[in-house]
Design a protein around this ligand. Structure first.
Ligand code: GLU
Length: 294
């Protein structure tokens, strides 16, 4: 592995609860990849969706990471402090005609889809039918609630994932014009993540596979804002007993930090790294950095 002073990676947890076995996999993988490349690793707290955030979870997550030897190389950034940057990006998109106000409620969207004979696919949010797009007549008397990205091209967006290989998504028809600023005034993850990955000079994004299908949306925003595109790697998910992705929403337990090496070893197994006989956290991390092959 060539050491690269320019590699900058990050771990970007949403503080909706403490770290669990699933989130530690992404944290460890992003840290190992940064170390294996001789790069910088940054923690960013993604607390834009304030109603879903748990008070104190940010501090708890940082403590849990520290117990596992994973400490940000630069001061931790909180997205809740960065609204002005997201607004500047939204203003640029509006100015270019790449964002438009939307007056639709969830019910309006469902009704418009139903009128077109489209029923919602399982596990997929409703694809926005474009009701308020300027080329469909715009707000038509409704008041603006949210801001959406105007997807210009109906075609496939192709990208490459270091683990999953060639990927493609037709964002226009699979997702639709997605929200940049929500009706409740909160910033959408897609815009915040793109602005911050650039602001922090992130060259490599390593995160859980559940976010892989968000990548094309983020690339469209990067293209529209003329921002550099990081290289992506999506890590395997830890599945719960029901076979579903372990998540805070389905009651994943907080990491047990009485034995951080065991917690790290579990994450390392998910990443198919070899077991270690190390007895300290730094030794264990050094072992897996040595074994990391990406
Ligand atoms: N904040 C997101 C999460 O906790 C991760 C975002 C990212 O890594 O791009 O799921």
């Amino acid at each position: 592995m060539t050491a690269s002073a320019t590699y900058r990676g990050r771990f970007a947890p949403s503080p909706t609860g403490p770290l669990h076995a699933g989130s530690l996999v992404a944290a460890l993988a992003s840290w190992l990849d940064a170390r294996a490349h001789g790069g910088t690793w940054i923690v960013r707290i993604e607390d834009v969706d304030t109603p879903r955030c748990m008070p104190g979870a940010d501090a708890l997550i940082l403590e849990q990471l520290a117990a596992c030897g994973l400490v940000s190389d630069e001061p931790v950034v909180w997205q809740s402090q960065r609204g002005a940057h997201y607004q500047a990006a939204l203003d640029a998109l509006i100015e270019q005609g790449d964002a438009y106000p939307c007056g639709c409620s969830r019910k309006d969207i469902e009704a418009a889809l139903l009128a077109e004979g489209i029923t919602r696919e399982r596990h997929h949010g409703a694809v926005y039918p474009g009701t308020c797009r300027p080329d469909h007549g715009g707000l038509q008397g409704k008041s603006a609630r949210a801001w959406r990205f105007a997807i210009a091209s109906p075609g496939n967006l192709h990208w490459f994932d270091r683990r999953l290989g060639a990927q493609k998504q037709k964002v226009a028809t699979e997702v639709g014009d997605f929200v940049l600023k929500r009706a409740d005034g909160l910033w959408a993850y897609q815009l915040a993540v793109v602005v911050d990955d650039t602001a922090q000079g992130i060259t490599h994004v390593v995160r859980g596979e559940d976010l892989a299908d968000n990548t094309a949306r983020q690339m469209l925003l990067q293209q529209a804002l003329h921002l550099p595109q990081p290289i992506y790697l999506h890590t395997p998910l830890v599945l719960g007993e029901n076979g579903e992705k372990l998540s805070k929403q389905n009651g994943a337990q907080a990491l047990d930090l009485s034995d951080p090496i065991a917690a790290l070893a579990h994450a390392a197994r998910t990443l198919r790294l070899s077991p270690t006989s190390a007895t300290t956290v730094p030794q264990a991390l050094a072992h897996w950095t040595e074994a990391w092959d990406a």
